[in-house]
Write a protein that binds this ligand. Sequence first.
Ligand SMILES: NC(=O)c1ccc[n+]([C@@H]2O[C@H](COP(=O)([O-])OP(=O)(O)OC[C@H]3O[C@@H](n4cnc5c(N)ncnc54)[C@H](O)[C@@H]3O)[C@@H](O)[C@H]2O)c1
Length: 264
Amino acid sequence: MTWEPTLKSPADLVDLRGRVVCISGAASGIGKAQVELFLDAGASVVALDIDDTGLQRLYASLPDHAERLMCKTVDLTVPEQVDQAVAAGKQAFGVIDTLCNTAGYLDGYARSLDTAESLWDRVFEINVKAMYRLTNALLPDMLERRSGVIVNMASIAGFQAGGGGAAYTSSKHAVIGFTRQLSFDYGRSGIRVNAICPGMIETAMTEDVLADPDSKLVKTLKRVPAGRLGRPEDIACVALFLCGPGADFIHGAAMVVDGGLMVK
Ligand SMILES: NC(=O)c1ccc[n+]([C@@H]2O[C@H](COP(=O)([O-])OP(=O)(O)OC[C@H]3O[C@@H](n4cnc5c(N)ncnc54)[C@H](O)[C@@H]3O)[C@@H](O)[C@H]2O)c1
């Protein structure tokens, strides 16, 4: 049996020149690291976030990439804003062929009885519905071209309890389900969809819980096989690989990137 090699050289693994990547949650943490890495890999980036100041800071910090970076302030829970941002991205770069659904919202580790319906709804609006909304805004064009890559940010909370509260953990299980269903429905139409499940990563989201270096949680986390907490770049690297040609045979995966936290 003969086939065309996916990679002409190992350097192709990290070469995203010519690609246009939409990244949500781009102003902070993992999303910000994704923006920086994807730009370095040669892609053009449409960076979305509700945090206007954070986006301005991001744009100002990347003067060498200004021509390939568009920042749009958008509340992903508002459908019209999502449509406008996608339209602006397409106008700027022609097509959007890759999507990193990274924006997310933590629930303060609230147990079910401590979770008001408004908190439950907010967590699901941002972590799940906004992901479905942005995906559906980009999928029709991807399907027309029979080519597209989507990486959804789940969590180890998509597999186990304790990585968040009742709403967060449920929402991340939903993200993995959504990822698998997208893969099932559209994989054979040229769309590759995967999820990343980070462990504990040092970002604004985890700032409070990691604030006390003497806390039992932080000590436990330092005993993970990797011997350290995760950094946003640890996750951005995996997203870059999943979006590139080296991951051509990876469909519907929920890839755990947790420094070994879940081995026990
Ligand atoms: N940090 C961790 O330990 C960890 C672990 C597992 C999974 N995750 C997931 O990784 C993703 C990124 O998290 P992070 O740690 O970088 O957090 P972060 O708080 O640094 O970044 C989240 C970003 O999402 C944006 N956002 C929130 N609501 C929004 C909305 N309505 N519209 C537009 N943007 C909105 C925020 O403004 C923020 O910039 C999330 O989905 C999170 O659940 C994080």
